[in-house]
Ligand binder design. Structure first.
Ligand SMILES: Cc1cc2nc3c(=O)[nH]c(=O)nc-3n(C[C@H](O)[C@H](O)[C@H](O)COP(=O)(O)OP(=O)(O)OC[C@H]3O[C@@H](n4cnc5c(N)ncnc54)[C@H](O)[C@@H]3O)c2cc1C
Length: 464
């Protein structure tokens, strides 16, 4: 028996009271907006606080939706954020992944290597040494250094005073030493030259579509250790997380206005004065405004360059937005036995070997994508193994650039559909070949999101 579909996000509604002036307005009810709102309410008393969200539900990139009787999710795991959940008193029924963090397949022509990356830094170190005994000393040294650096990162204070800042070089020397180091620079420092070992280590940069030569060593180490320490997903659908936060925010006195888009951040005499909603001529006044939307849209369009110092505008010109993706969400029939296919990991990843992330990122920078049968990086996630709902899988493929996706969608829908189908089939074939034999015979519903889909839902013109 599969369970009935009830999305928590649909239980929420606006509680906007139309106050004359708010102490704080937050633009966007994604995870950043909701956590900012909850932290603010926890640390202030009786402040009038409003979140404005253009969609009719909270969550932004992190949500779930129903299509033809199947529930699809847009995200797949939480890294170790339990301290934050406890701090904000967010109570969620979470599944903690024990054992392995990732099943990883690396394809080199006809040769296929498979790795099961365990949770926990110690287990991972042991596992790597078993797989690459000739590199044991280098692995031990790299992992010990990484664990130490991560501990130092976690000790840093977000709101540090001058005294704290002066102590950073003594309390966090590894963080300081790595400020300008890339992850490939860190692997070089420990002489990690074995291409297969390097490919496994680079898992933690390539899963976000960034090659190790461009990823910060601190970020990559943080991603690796926080995901491997403890890793979770809800037993329910993924929208439960933001919906629970939104509910708490309202219960604690915050207001949310869903289905309204902020068109302008009102600036008077160099100070923020409130926001202007699309389709309304009266601004909503506020003492402070936090934006959690695409920073280029927020600064160029909502604030306006005329209100910004030229040095700041120059900085905006240098921002490269993160990569976008194609996601293939599939609803499958009851005949397929996903339980038996060893898929219950936060991530199942298949890619071609070392150098793939670089090539794919170059394709993204050139404004397109570089996926081919000889060059790919694809994740397969199987949420229904946890939720107990009808069989679903999601195939996530990054990096894709926006290219012409929005243009096709708006001006040549047949071309848009054809391209969607072409890439959908490409990734379904990969998932079928390496993870789910016979997959295409079991597809009942296919829902493909392109960079244009992400642009529409997020409000970010470059997608996700
Ligand atoms: C495919 C994909 C998979 C991912 N998987 C994971 C994962 O498994 N684990 C993980 O930790 N992270 C994952 N991430 C990243 C994570 O989802 C995001 O980092 C996070 O959700 C971002 O939250 P946010 O609040 O900063 O932004 P957003 O989620 O973008 O929220 C911004 C909100 O602002 C709203 N908005 C935009 N413009 C306006 C406007 N003008 N007026 C009013 N509202 C506006 C949007 O509708 C949106 O709700 C994934 C991201 C993607 C794209």
């Amino acid at each position: 028996m599969t369970k009935t579909i009830q999305l928590k996000r649909d239980e929420l509604s606006s509680n906007f009271s139309g106050k004359e002036k708010y102490d704080l307005i937050i633009i966007g009810s994604g995870l950043s907006g909701l956590s900012s709102g909850l932290i603010w309410l926890k640390n202030t008393h009786g402040k009038k606080t409003l979140i404005i969200e253009k969609n009719s539900y909270p969550g932004g990139y992190s949500t779930a939706y129903e299509k033809h009787g199947y529930v699809f999710e847009t995200t797949q795991l939480f890294p170790d954020i339990i301290d934050i959940l406890d701090y904000l008193e967010i109570d969620l029924n979470l599944k903690q992944y024990e054992g392995n963090f990732m099943r990883r397949i690396v394809v080199d022509g006809e040769h296929v290597d498979e790795y099961k990356i365990p949770t926990g830094a110690e287990n991972f170190t042991k596992y790597l040494i078993e797989k690459f005994p000739d590199d044991a000393e280098k692995i031990r040294a790299l992992m010990a250094y990484s664990v130490d650096m991560f501990k130092q990162v976690r000790k840093l204070k977000a709101n540090s005073k001058l005294k704290d800042k002066l102590l950073i070089p003594f309390q966090a020397p590894k963080v300081v030493a790595n400020l300008n180091r890339t992850y490939s620079g860190l692997l070089d420092k420990f002489d990690i030259n074995n291409p297969k070992l390097r490919e496994v280590m680079e898992t933690f940069t390539s899963f976000s579509g960034v090659p190790s030569s461009r990823a910060s060593s601190i970020m990559a180490t943080g991603a690796m250790l926080s995901s491997m320490t403890r890793c979770f997903r809800p037993y329910g659908y993924f929208d439960e997380f933001p919906a629970t936060m939104a509910q708490l925010f309202q219960q604690r006195g915050g207001e949310i206005l869903f289905g309204s888009e902020v068109e302008k951040i009102v600036v008077e005499n160099g100070q923020v004065a409130g926001v202007q909603l699309s389709g309304s001529s009266t601004p909503i006044l506020a003492e402070k405004v936090i934006t959690t939307v695409d920073p280029l849209v927020a600064m160029r369009k909502l604030v306006g360059e005329e209100h910004l110092p030229s040095s700041y505008v120059e900085k905006l010109d240098k921002i490269i937005m993160s990569t976008s993706s194609i996601n293939v969400a599939l609803g499958l029939d009851d005949e397929i036995d996903l339980q038996s296919m060893d898929l219950d990991y936060p991530y199942n990843v298949v890619s071609t070997g070392l150098g793939t992330a670089e090539k794919l990122f170059d394709g993204f920078l050139a404004g397109d994508n570089a996926f081919s049968t000889d060059c790919f990086h694809t994740a397969v996630i199987c949420p229904s193994l946890t939720t107990g709902a009808k069989n679903t899988i999601t195939i996530r493929c990054t990096p894709f650039a926006m290219n012409k996706w929005t243009e096709w969608r708006e001006n040549d829908y047949n071309k848009y559909k054809a391209e969607k189908e072409r890439w959908g089939d490409f990734f379904i074939n990969i998932a079928e070949k390496y993870f789910i034999p016979g997959l295409s015979k079991h597809i009942v519903v296919k829902d493909i999101s392109t960079p244009a889909t992400y642009a529409r839902y997020s409000g970010s013109p470059t997608g996700s």
